[in-house]
Design a protein around this ligand. Sequence first.
Ligand SMILES: Cc1cc2nc3c(=O)[nH]c(=O)nc-3n(C[C@H](O)[C@H](O)[C@H](O)COP(=O)(O)O)c2cc1C
Length: 152
Amino acid sequence: MKEDNLHSILYTSCAAFSPTEDQLQHLIESAIERNQKNKITGILIYSNQNFIQYIEGPYDSLMHVYGFIRQSSMHNRIIEIYNEAISERMFRYWQMAYASTNDDVFKDLLESVLDFSMNADDINKVPNQAGKFLYEFWCKHNIGKSTNEYQA
Ligand SMILES: Cc1cc2nc3c(=O)[nH]c(=O)nc-3n(C[C@H](O)[C@H](O)[C@H](O)COP(=O)(O)O)c2cc1C
């Protein structure tokens, strides 16, 4: 289904402490619940106290959810890499795809994302570069588990 007014955000952040598996699980469950209500989809990647998250959805709901994310005491040092309008979802089937990776994979991903964002073509010419990039990463590594299906 074609949706109007879609937007996306990609950011990195540092965990405020070293979360246990249970705490990460709880974080994902609460994220999925709110994302479902707000029609937000995306992916969260975790490694050794670092997060990369890509979220997408209708502009107003995305900003609403992003407000919760920014306020979370679980992380700090949020660095926004992409904040752009998109024409279609890349993670339409995931309220929040989740993957935890080792340091090397995470570092490679972060470097590529930063490199990619600095050398990115005009955003208007190639929309949703961040989403496509993360989606390719997700498919390539075939990691993590998919969550409840979301169909816009
Ligand atoms: C890395 C990270 C990603 C998050 N992603 C989402 C999300 O996708 N959707 C959402 O509603 N909340 C998200 N949250 C917020 C949590 O669901 C929850 O509101 C928060 O961790 C609770 O805040 P507190 O730790 O201050 O109690 C995220 C939080 C963190 C730290």
